[in-house]
Structure formats: C-alpha cells, structure tokens
Write a protein that binds this ligand. Sequence first.
Ligand SMILES: [Zn+2]
Length: 860
Amino acid sequence: MTKVMRAFHGVFMWLLLVGAAATPGLSQDAPKPPRADSAESLYLQLRGVGLDKSRVYRVREVSVNRAAIHITLEDGVIGFTEDVMGRVTGAFFEGEGEILLTPPDQVERASMALFTGATILEERFLTAYFRFNDSTYAELLPQLKPADNAQEFALQWNQTSHNLAEGDALRLLMSFSQYLPASGRAATESRGLSNTAGNSADEDHFLHVRLQGRKLGVFDAYFDSNSSEQVWAGQLKAVESESYYNVWTSFSLPRSGRHSDVLNSTTGEEGKADSVDISNFKIISDVKPPSRIDAEALLQMQVHQGGRRAVLFELSRSLTIKQVEADGNPVEFIHNPAIEGTQMARRGNDLVAVIFPQPLQTGQRIQLRFVYGGEVLSAVGPGLLYVGDRGTWYPNRGLAMSNFDLEFHYPPGWTLVATGKRVGTDTDGLDMSGGAAGSQVSRWVSERPIPVAGFNLGKYRHAVAHAGEVTVTAYATTGVEQGFPEPKNQAVIPNSPVVGGTPQAIMITPTSPSPARNAQMVADRSARAIEFYSRHFGPYPYHELSLTQMPGNISQGWPGLIFLSSLSFLSDEEKTDLRMTPVQKTFVSELVGHETAHQWWGDSVLWTSYRDQWISEALANYSSLMLLESEDPVQFHAVMDKYRADLLEKNKDGARLMEDGAVTLGLRLSCSQFPSGYEAISYGRGTWLLHMLRYMLRDAESKERGKGTSVEGSQSADELFMRGLRHIWERYQGKPIGTRELLQAFEQELPRSLWYEGRKSLDWFYEGWVNGTAIPRFELRGIKYSDKPGSTTVSGTILQKDAPNDLVTPVPLYTTRAGKMVLLGRVFTDGPETPFHVVAPAGTRRVVLDPDQTLLTRVR
Ligand SMILES: [Zn+2]
C-alpha cells in the first residue's frame, strides 16, 4: 500500500541529455550560417513549421535507415516542411509503408513483446511524420518525383504537421542554436571555436518518426546520436486519467556499429559524457506559505567539452523564470513543456534551455544566475505543506554531486528544515523583498557535495534522538493532511474478567492521529537504523539527520533530510484504527529504515543510468529489512512473502506483474499495463535478489568454515555479504555504481562453491536473475540413497519449472539431523532437469529443497 518514490531521481537520460555531448561544428557541407535574430525566434519557427506545397513528391520503394530502424515508404506521397534557417527539418508521408526494428537482446525483446505482442517491431503504417536535424531531405530528394496533387496534399496535412512540430523543437534547437549569429564577441571568433571543438557536423544526427500503425495505433521511433541510448521506440497511452509513455524498447549501439547507416566515423564520443557540470549552487529563496516561492539561484558551471551554445535544465512547470544571466549579462532561455506521459512530465517538470551568446569553450567557467518564482508548494493540512508536489524547485541537471548553499526567508511561526548543515538562524529585520518585517532567515550549507537539495517547512513540533555523534530530529505537525484515511470505530471484546454473563463487545472511538505525538518514536527508529548501518556498511556521512512529515503515502530521502509519509508517524494503535494488517503496519514503519538507508544508498552511492536505479531502492530496502530480521524474523518473512505475492499478482488482462520486465528496466517498468511496476519490481524483486545473494554467500561461507577455514565471531555468518557492501560504500561514495559493478563487489571474494562452470563470476546471476523475470519452481524426483561406510550418497534430479531453460540457480539441499535442518550443499540447476548426487551423513533418508525460502521461487 505504501508507495515510495524518489521523484527527482527518475530522469530518463535520453530526454535530459539530449544534445549533451557531441556537438557539431561547421564543416564544408553544412549550410551557411542562417539568419535568425534570436534563439526564441528560431525555437518558435521550429515548433510551428508547416508543409511547403512546392515540396510534395510521389514516393515509391524508398528506404530510411538509421541503425536498427528500417523504414520503407512503399507507395505514397511525401511533403516536406518549410525551411527553418535554410534547412528542411520535417516531412509528412501518406500511403503504404513498413517499419522494422529488432531489439538487440532478451530484455529488450521481452519489453517489445509486452507492449506489441511480438519480440520484433514489424508494422505496416498509413502515415508517418518525420523530424530530423540532418541531410535526410537531400538524401531522399533524388529518389522522388513531383506529385500531381501537391496543393491538396499540403492543405490536407499542413495542420497535422504543424501540430507535430512542437514535440522536437527543443531537440532541434540544441542542434541549430549552433548557427545563430554570435552576440557579444565577433562571429568569426565563434566560428573558430567551433572548428577547434574537433567534431564534424555529421556527428549530430536526430530522427523522430511518428507513425500511424495499422495494428498498433500511433507510436514513435527515435534515433539520436547524442543520446546515451541512441535508438528507442514507444507510445503514449492513457489509462483512466493518467498518461504513460510506454517505452517499448531503448538501447545503445555497439561502439563499432554506432551511426553505421549515417556516418563513416566510429570515433564519436560516448553520448552520455556530460559536457558541463555545476559545482556550486547558491540559492536564496523567499518562501511564502502556503504556496509561493521567489528565488534567485547562482550556479557555477564548468564546461568539460566546448562547442555548444545551449545547455538544458529541468525545472518545475509551476515556476516562471524572469531572467537568466551568464557572468552578469542577460542570456536567452526557452522554457519548453516536457513530453506528455514521460517521467519528467509526471514529476511536474519542464525543460529549460539556456542559450549562450557564443559557443562554450572547453575549460570555461561561467556563473549563471536564475531569477524565478511561482507556486510550487501546496497546503494540505494545518501547518502542513507539500513541498515536492510540483516538481523541482531549482534549475537542476539531474543527479550530479555539487555543493549547495541555501538561504531561506520565511514568516514567523514556521519551522524550515533543509539539506546541509544549518549555519545560522535569525530574524530578518530588514526583509529583502517586501515580506513582513520579523520574518525568519536560515542558511544551510552542504557538508560535502550532494546530488540534490531540498527543504520542507511546517508548523512542526520536534523530537531528538542520538546515534553516536549524529543528531536525529523528527519534525511533525499535530494533525494529518486532508484526505487522510479516517480511523474506524472498532468493536473490541475486553479481555478483563466479565462478571455475570458473556463478555460484551464495546465500541472504541479512536482519537485523531497526531504525528507530532509520535515524533520521538520516529527519531528513535531512525537513530537505531543509523547505528546498525554505520556498524555494517560504514559511517553515516553527515552530522545530522532530519525527518519531516510529508503528506500522502510518498516518502523521499534527501541527503541529511527525509520526507516521511504521515503514515509512518502513526503509533501501532493508530495503525490498528486504520485497519492495517500486520504486514501493512510493517511496511509503513520500515519506511523509516528505508529512507534512512538512502543516506548510504542513493544519496551517497548514486546509480549510473536508469538501468541501475534499482540498486539504490533494493539496497535501501534490504538494509532496512536486515535490521527488521534481526529483531523480528517472523515479520521479515511476512514482508518477503508479500513481495513475492505482489510479483505473482495478475493484472486485469491476466498478465502477472513479474512479466513487466527485469529490474534493469528501471522507471520504464511504470507503464500503462503495470502502473506500479517500478515499485513492485525494483523494490520487491530487487530485495529478493539481494536476499538470494546474501544467503548464497552465507551458505558458501559456512560450508568453507566446515572444511576448517577459521572464521571468528558469531556475527560472521554474513561476513562476505557485508564485506561486499562495505567495499561498495568505500569505493563508490559520491560516485555512481552500475549493476555489473555491484556484482563485481561480491565476485571479488566469491567462494569456490559458487563458481559456476569453474568461473569466479556472477554472470549467471546477472543474466538469469538480474536481467530475467522468472520466479521458478523446483521439485525433486527419483531420489535414491546408497549407504557407504560412514556416509550416504543421495542422488536424484531437480526439476525446474516456470523458467527459461538457461536459468542457472544454486539450489540449497538440506536434510534433517536430530530435528535440525542441515545444509548438504547447493546444486547448480541449469535447464528443466538437473541430475545430482551429494554425499550426506550416514543413514540420511530425507532431503528437502530450500526449506528457509532463500530463493525467489513459487512455493507450491
Ligand atoms: Zn527508496
């Protein structure tokens, strides 16, 4: 029931980093620098361009190929768009055509099949709208003949083309801002800079096709040489009132094959290398409850790769930018709506492009100043605001480590808590922007670089706990938000002795929930988690942790600051009053441990791409569950069972949630068919993957120990697993980690009994379990016992069902001795039937598979 999101983290790299690396310079076949007055007028032209009736042609058997995308225009009419800056950037086709797109691997083919019913996209279409930034027009022109009905065609499809132009306008602006006349310095100088950037214009290729398919309806295919995953296809789908952009497939090209249909060059830079970074943010905000902030943000930007004119930022769509300056001079900016249904749009964010007067130079440092304001907060209860409701409150480029210096001005009576260390709180005698005199000021400076900054404010009460040197403070209001579930009257049979007759049920009327009353409980729980994690993983990275009440069922962990759902501030009785089941109660209270663990996993150790985001959720979740297991193993198993049950749950079409995809699809898992797919899989399956890994290592360690390896101490059962986590913490603090790197941390000391086919590698786990979706079933068949002096050999076959044939699993085999379960060993199963024989203690007559359920399997 509890949904935990890290809203700010879900950046689809291919939408944010569009245009991030390779930047075209001027080469001899590039057009002459065209005439356009400003980035804004260029942008407006790009987003409003219609068809040119003098460019309508008859088309037969013409192909457009971009890497894995193969489009054939078999028979029809194509009309091209009017010039923008002397270039043709789009076309509309009507007739008979076909697209063929083959995803490169099993994960992507399964994703394609989930949405389209087939592993390969092979679809006939009736219309196609093309948008491109390169020489596509020139490439097609020699193969075309003038059409008879040009005028009519242009008239019929002009409005459609005009409407579709908007979607790619910002992407094209990123390419073409290059050719805007330089201002400030001489144009010749800027042309010189472009040449020294060392890239050819051929390296920036973008093609978007929106197709009206015969069977699949309207969908998109993209090729973008500047994106970290250059090829993708997908479709906007609405379910009830929610829009989802279903990503059918997305992948990067092998380096050697990159741009193969477009370019001769294979020397292009990796699209994902960030060409600029922001080392420091200073943000001064005037916070005006209940909804408004007015702010000024100073950003120190460093240019790692020069040549570009435009840089993108993400910002809440509720904020309006008044001005952007670069080193004190006003510069142009474009506030572009995010594409509907994408993760960015669902977070409430838009893209802002800042256009510089000249191409940026490698090594250049620029101070950017943004002045902006708007309604990004919402009031949801007395003294209770929802700060993250409407997207990011400062111009942000996604996850990257920066220093933050935040200053807030806010009215008396409110408590404000922010990321970083508080360095001053004061009343503001002379208020800066006409606010009420006597308003408060507080300043918060990050103790070390952090990936993101936030704040929360409310009319709070607070409670303090300590975890060693760390001060933990929980802030909550005395009430809950509007729309919070109503406590129900309960019939209770008192268990005190009843005099004279049968016990009578009495009605208990619950009191209203008060998060403030339970703030101490939350602070204590978080402090306990900090002690546990510090002992096992490494020291807590800051001096303080603040937990603040957050309305709704969403929680977020920011560096040193947690937004915690009101539900987690409820006492056990208050949860009972809401008729929560024991496992629901556990989920809600475990949120404290989960969000606290994000201080290690997610806020300090980041993730590399959306395909690795599951690591942060699974590690945070499993950290919290290890603490729970040490205190209450029964509830621990109840939670694990619930995750398994959720994965096996069927949607309205009869598909099981587990079929939504592998953990490595990240936020793509939240799609129209499985809106909660990301949470269920990255938390649920991700947690199970770590659980499997931990118990495999534990069993292997205990077997080795049996052979005489000395391991001291009773807490050493999980030594190998914990050592892996400590290694990750030491090596990846302040850096991103990828899925392969996570597994490498455990491979380093992989016990020999886990070497599949003699290799010290977890490749089998990565391929079958991390990149797979199966929840298999294992059964024993044909067991035989042959007694020998001093031992019994057990032989038989392990059957594997409900799994692909290539799934490899080390299945633990146990027997009972004197009423206790004894591990005989793990058998690597591979395929539907795996014969085995193991040596067991003399007289063994019973073996069982995985009695403690350490594997994610179907129980029956
Ligand atoms: Zn989380």
